[in-house]
Write a protein that binds this ligand. Structure first.
Ligand SMILES: Cc1cc2nc3c(=O)[nH]c(=O)nc-3n(C[C@H](O)[C@H](O)[C@H](O)COP(=O)(O)OP(=O)(O)OC[C@H]3O[C@@H](n4cnc5c(N)ncnc54)[C@H](O)[C@@H]3O)c2cc1C
Length: 551
């Protein structure tokens, strides 16, 4: 039953999400208008808050934009949008400066405090990771949040979850031209009330979708909301088959989603199996542990399948104790709490879903197909990552695209404020009743995540993808039925988005008849992989015959 209507815009910008993308957008947008941020749990419940490694940025004298561009293109395996790569890489120093101005204290070289103490990570040919110890994300989140909370033109609304976008098409007018977004329906979780929040510009900054998988490094909020809502509203989504699996998540019954940063391998940590044998030589003898994430994750997956073990080990104990404790205080402390002293013991690790390279398709300024709808951060697909993301490029992408989107909004805002047409009706609950069967949600939630892990995981096959499709369709139908029958809760809204995103990942993976980047399908072995193996064998033979000392 409709109980009323809303007239005016509630703000100039409705930002959905309070990670690096949403908060940095809000701070800049507040210079030109009123901002409302909705975020579904506490404002610090974000992937941003968990980021350990840092932000990639060309700052070292031996580095160049060109090298960073090349490293990004190489990781992206032929699918990066080169213009976007150039833009993001070259705008990085400016964004780092802004973060410093806001108050983020990045690590400095102790011998020369005028320089950053840059970290090195897999896939990067130079040291270029700007960081705050191994809790870079937490530092950025705290600084941005403090500023947002204090800003008079920003209203931050925790425990508010966006249900769906409000578009002119859904309201039944403006047909024929481009679809236009007018805001979103939002559930106030504490009051159990859904209302429309209207704005000329709506910003999807909802982060990733790692929760689609059983094992993930992502926080609980990462349920694919941006992709699902944009797709339902008619925006294009792309590259969703490219899921990056982080090779090294802590394997421990009491460790939920704890990542062992890439930076450990950057600082010399080696991967060994249960018998203590180093195994990366079999998979990438040139780059070894510093190979790209997909190669390392598949190598570990293959080792686990071969041995039947539950985990492999990452060992940095050969580095001096003081260095380890100082460089990785967060990882050191967390592991010690669980009885693992990383200065002496190898760390048990497994791969886990980490980053979704695809998302809502945007232009070079974060604008989607739908007028007034922006997508930034992990939920967007700008073309920066292509088929696979280079480590530490995602916080950077969030910052750069937020900045560019605000700049473009500045020129469009007065035009977008001139929306005419019917007002958005308040949420109509119809004959919906309370959902008293929590088991319906937990059963489907668990079913989807297992399905995705088993059939759409690190190594895929046509057969498994078909099985996944057969199973996701009835789940989606059931969820859709419940959507109309029951009063919505946060858990149910998340489940609906999770199922929608899972379905899109399966569809995208089924359509790609090749292995590339984060999508590995055994029926179509990667041309790159074969070439790479052949080259490796040839190289070994050549080295062997031309180096008498080795015999
Ligand atoms: C453990 C870990 C370590 C990482 N380390 C690095 C690193 O070192 N360097 C790097 O570059 N990247 C790293 N990444 C990736 C990076 O952290 C993320 O890609 C990035 O933080 C995403 O930022 P975001 O603003 O797009 O989303 P997030 O920071 O995830 O924020 C998303 C926000 O959207 C909200 N939200 C979602 N759905 C809704 C909804 N329906 N309604 C309302 N609010 C909603 C969430 O509550 C949250 O506030 C790491 C990721 C993880 C998980």
């Amino acid at each position: 039953m409709a109980v009323g209507t809303h007239k005016n815009f509630d703000a100039d910008f409705l930002v959905i999400g309070s990670g690096i993308a949403g908060l940095s957008f809000a701070l800049e947008a507040a210079e030109i208008g009123e901002v409302c941020i909705v975020t579904k749990k506490e404002p610090w419940d974000t992937a941003t808050n968990l980021a350990q490694g840092g932000i990639a940025c060309v700052l070292a004298p031996d580095d160049s934009f060109e090298l960073h561009v090349q490293d990004t293109l190489r990781a992206g395996d032929g699918l990066c949008h080169e213009e976007i790569v150039q833009i993001v890489v070259s705008e990085a120093p400016g964004r780092i400066e802004t973060l410093e101005r806001y108050g983020v204290r990045f690590a400095r070289d102790p011998n020369d405090p005028s320089r950053f103490d840059l970290g090195r990570e897999g896939g990067h040919s130079r040291r270029r990771i700007v960081r705050v110890e191994d809790f870079t994300g937490r530092s950025i989140q705290t600084v941005l949040l403090d500023r947002v909370t204090a800003h008079p033109k920003i209203r931050l609304m925790p425990h508010h979850i966006a249900v769906d976008l409000i578009t002119q098409g859904k309201l039944g007018f403006g047909r024929g031209g481009r679809e236009r977004c007018m805001g979103a329906y939002v559930l106030d979780v504490d009051r159990n009330e859904i209302r429309p929040i209207l704005a000329p510009v709506t910003v999807l900054a909802t982060g990733g979708a790692g929760k689609v998988y059983l094992y993930t490094s992502n926080p609980d909020v990462a349920s694919g909301a941006g992709v699902a809502m944009a797709y339902r509203a008619g925006a294009r989504v792309a590259n969703l088959e490219f899921v990056q699996f982080h090779p090294t998540c802590l394997f421990h019954p009491r460790a939920k989603n704890f990542l062992i940063s890439e930076a450990l391998r950057g600082e010399g940590a080696i991967l060994i199996d249960g018998s203590g044998h180093r195994f990366m030589e079999k998979y990438d003898p040139e780059r070894m542990e510093l190979s790209s994430r997909d190669v390392v994750a598949r190598a570990i997956d293959a080792e686990l399948k071969r041995s039947g073990d539950e985990c492999v080990f990452l060992d940095i104990s050969h580095r001096p104790r003081e260095f380890i404790v100082e460089r990785f205080p967060n990882i050191y402390r967390r592991c010690l709490e669980l009885g693992i002293d990383i200065t002496t013991d190898p760390i048990p690790v497994v791969p886990a879903a980490h980053y979704i390279c695809g998302g809502v398709v945007t232009d070079r300024d974060g604008f989607t197909d739908i007028v007034g709808l922006v997508a930034i951060g992990e939920c967007a697909c700008t073309g920066l990552h292509g088929a696979n993301r280079l480590a530490s490029n995602s916080l950077l992408e969030g910052l750069v695209m937020a900045h560019r989107a605000v700049k473009t909004c500045a020129g469009l805002l007065s035009e977008l404020r001139e929306i005419s047409g019917p007002e958005a009706p308040l949420w109509d609950t119809g004959g919906a009743v309370d959902m008293d069967e929590g088991v319906l949600i937990s059963h489907n939630w668990d079913g989807i995540r297992r399905l995705m892990w088993n059939y759409v995981g690190i190594v895929r096959t046509e057969k498994r993808l078909n099985l996944a499709r057969d199973q996701i369709t009835p789940m989606l139908n059931e969820i859709d039925r419940h959507y109309w029958d029951y009063i919505l809760t946060r858990d149910f809204i998340e489940l609906r988005n999770l199922a929608q995103t899972a379905d899109l990942i399966i569809e995208a993976a089924s359509r790609r008849k090749e292995s590339r980047g984060g999508h590995f399908i055994a029926d179509y072995p990667a041309k790159n992989d074969w070439e790479w193996r052949r080259d490796t064998i040839l190289k070994r033979r050549l080295n062997h015959s031309s180096s008498p000392h080795e015999r």
